[in-house]
Ligand binder design. Structure first.
Ligand SMILES: [Zn+2]
Ligand SMILES: [Zn+2]
Length: 257
């Protein structure tokens, strides 16, 4: 039973310049799955270090896009791993430019540290439309519409599956991945107001109406919209309890069998 169960825990669910909610990030762990961090913004290392056992266990990081609230925390994360004399490889999945971003971030933060990391960084590209199989996980991704390239990611492990939007307006391709997932974590930057590079909750609700995910967890509201987003989710949840407002510390079981 234990072997079939993994957990997706929310480390943060705020927007780029929020306070208290933490940058949008979550972590997959379980007895028989690799430990994988999804996004690592500048507020995340501290939250991750509070789960120090999981830091030692960390096998991979998946970066949806290269904005500071999703990727800049990699610099202190990698340098602390160096200090703790990590030997084994860390796999990083991202889009083109991820390795160059990591090198620049580490070198800006601690000049000379990139060459002294002491453990291999195995940076792998995710490509829309292509399935990547890695250590029992099946990864698929699709682009959203954001101010930089963002890859929404679907992860399947056995019969369990979840979807992480990263940032951006959903696209037909990203919605298709979401609607095939049991757990959906999707950004909604506003309750109703449209935005060129983010999704609103009303649009997300209309798009996922009639879909089959068991839980739809809303993350990343713009700081002035948080209250309106929360009120609307409470209203939606009265009719459809699948709608949930994300909060740090929440965790969701991923049943592989
Ligand atoms: Zn963001
Ligand atoms: Zn972004």
């Amino acid at each position: 039973m234990l072997a079939a169960m993994a957990t997706l825990g929310i480390l943060g669910c705020g927007e780029a310049f929020d306070s208290g909610w933490g940058n949008n990030s979550c972590i997959l762990h379980g007895a028989s799955t690799p430990t994988v961090l999804f996004d690592c913004g500048y507020q995340i290392p501290e939250r991750l270090w509070a789960l120090s056992r999981r830091l030692q266990d960390l096998d991979a990081v998946i970066l949806t896009h290269l904005h500071a609230d999703h990727a800049l925390g990699m610099a202190p994360l990698l340098v602390r791993m160096m200090e703790e004399k990590r030997m084994r490889a860390l796999t990083v999945f991202g889009s083109a430019g991820a390795e160059s971003y990591l090198r620049k971030a580490v070198e800006l933060a601690y000049p000379g540290a990139w060459r002294r990391l002491g453990f291999p960084l195995d940076v792998r590209l995710l490509a829309p439309g292509k399935k990547t199989r890695w250590r029992g996980l099946e990864l698929e991704c699709a682009e959203s519409v954001h101010s930089v390239r963002n890859l929404a990611v679907r992860v399947a492990l056995g019969k369990g599956s979840f979807f992480i939007s990263g940032d951006g307006r959903f696209t037909e391709a990203s919605l298709s991945l979401a609607s095939r997932s049991k757990l959906v974590l999707h950004e909604a930057y506003s309750a109703r107001r449209g935005h060129p590079t983010h999704t609103s909750l009303i649009e997300l609700h209309d798009a996922l109406h009639g879909s089959t995910p068991e839980h739809i967890v809303v993350t990343h509201p713009q700081r002035d919209e948080r209250e309106s987003v929360e009120i609307m989710i409470r209203r939606l949840a009265r009719r459809d309890p699948r709608w949930i407002c994300a909060a740090p510390g929440q965790s969701y079981p991923i049943r592989a069998k």
